[in-house]
Design a protein around this ligand. Structure first.
Ligand SMILES: [Zn+2]
Length: 179
């Protein structure tokens, strides 16, 4: 198997949890006794780029249906972490109003709200209709405009989004990818 980011051969298995249904795929009362679809849940790490990744992944349509109900903002500890991350990375990279921040898998804006409050323009890209700030088509157009920024911080907070983010960025010398 190849790393989804750098395409190096993956040899290191970190964790094998057997199989599991998709996360946040809540069952209705009617479906409680019906069989569930399970997916392998094996985690590997790439020794070349250190991306931690699942061995397999399901199609977006299977994971992010109209009933998807995970909202990052419901966790106060996660909100605290996001605020600390925003302060730290803003200072470390010298981000300001001429910078741009893109987050892939931005959920309900739990992270980007901090950059907005700091006066740093940002863009969230999120596949779920139930949580997203903006539709993906609009986000793609805005992402192209963001590429002209003096500094661009691109973040992906889940391992499934990080490889797609890396491949989407056309000017790696101006892009900082934070995982
Ligand atoms: Zn890699």
């Amino acid at each position: 198997m190849r790393c989804r980011h750098c395409e190096s051969t993956l040899v290191q298995k970190v964790l094998d949890l057997g199989s599991a249904p998709p996360s946040n795929a809540y069952l209705t009362a009617k479906n409680l006794r019906a069989p569930e679809t399970g997916y392998p849940l094996v985690i590997r790490v790439c020794h070349a780029c250190w991306l931690v990744q699942t061995e397999d992944y399901a199609a977006a349509a299977e994971l992010f249906d109209a009933h998807y109900a995970y909202f990052s903002s419901t966790s106060t500890s996660w909100l605290d972490h996001a605020a600390r991350y925003c302060q730290g990375i803003t200072a470390r990279l010298g981000l300001n109003s001429a910078s741009r921040v893109i987050e892939v898998a931005s959920n309900d804006g739990y992270l980007l709200r901090n950059f907005v409050a700091a006066g740093i323009p940002c863009l969230g890209i999120e596949p779920t209709d139930s949580t997203a700030w903006w539709p993906v088509a609009c986000a793609n157009a805005c992402a192209m405009r963001c590429m002209g920024a003096a500094k661009l911080l691109a973040t992906a907070t889940c391992t499934c989004a990080a490889p797609a983010l890396a491949h989407a960025m056309a000017s790696p010398s101006r892009v900082t990818i934070a995982r």
